[in-house]
Design a protein around this ligand. Sequence first.
Ligand code: ATP
Ligand code: MG
Length: 352
Amino acid sequence: MQENKTAQIAVLAGDYIGPEIMAAGLKVLQAVSEEGRFEYKIHEEPFGGAAIDQAGDPLPQQTLETCQQSDAILLAAIGGPKWDQAPKRPEAGLLEIRKALNLFANIRPTAISSAMQQYSPIKNEKPVDFVIVRELTSGIYFGTPREKHADYALDTMRYTKEEVQRITHIAFQMAQKRRHHVTLVDKANVLATSKFWREIVGEIARDYPDVTYDTSYVDAASMKIISAPDQFDVILTENLFGDILSDESAEITGSLGTIPSMSQGSDGPALYEPIHGSAPDIAGKGIADPISMVKSVAMMLANTFDRQDLATEITDAINETISKQIMTPDLGGHANTDEVTQAIINSIQESR
Ligand code: ATP
Ligand code: MG
């Protein structure tokens, strides 16, 4: 990102709690940007169920064009029972936008700060802070043939060299911004695709001498995420393993409502969104946890706009808010969305 250029941000609030947490995220973005610290313009567009209601399509052309012309995309959450009978479901829009923007890398951080430690189901002494870089658009979920017969069934795990190379670079570049450590998670003692990944990733690792590179079998890695998660910095893995490990990792942080994610391609805008869904059960009650969305904003500032300074201000403010026990019910608190959001903003303003 060039400095002094106004950041263009596409905003897709979506459905159910989507607009509630998006409003919170945008308020925090505004607070952290005050006094000329960060210049940006938001472009709000309908997406998901809201777009079906308005335009009969979960991803209207106008929404896609706005996203393509933006530097980054903020998405809250889409879908829900209201569109169960719709000919095209809201989630179809998500697959379309991933495809249109070629978002092949999904990045999920797992962090347990000292403020959050008491809400984690695991007992770890050291702070936990790692990210999973998951290949999102290939592997066994997409490979053909896929067949189910009376006596047997089969799926196909297939990767091309280029698919492995491009995500590997993303993982190593991410490590350079973090603690300079990449762990490739695979099943190279059994799977041909895993042996293939090891060859390619091992070769690329030599181009990043400042990054420590090691490997772990997925069964061992899944244990380590529980027993010694502080050992990880960047986990690089294929689609299926990444799907499972990222849900396991979400669980050790204590709440779905606090975790952001990022999806990116080789160029073009990245998309930032909470990992959870639209939570229809709590929509309209004003009690949705805004932290996942606020952290998505922080992730955007750090990664797309190189503003780690602002991202750190936000995460520090979140930690302070949690330390003061100002939390929504998902974390066992009694505060509502607005109170948590305001507490985060107050903490940002007081720290200046
Ligand atoms: P999807 O299929 O879209 O992932 P889901 O059915 O898995 O959706 P979510 O919408 O993610 O479900 O919600 C799962 C549970 O977590 C619900 O009880 C919901 O209320 C809760 N939840 C999700 N996000 C939040 C949040 N930000 N704050 C509080 N609770 C949340
Ligand atoms: Mg779900």
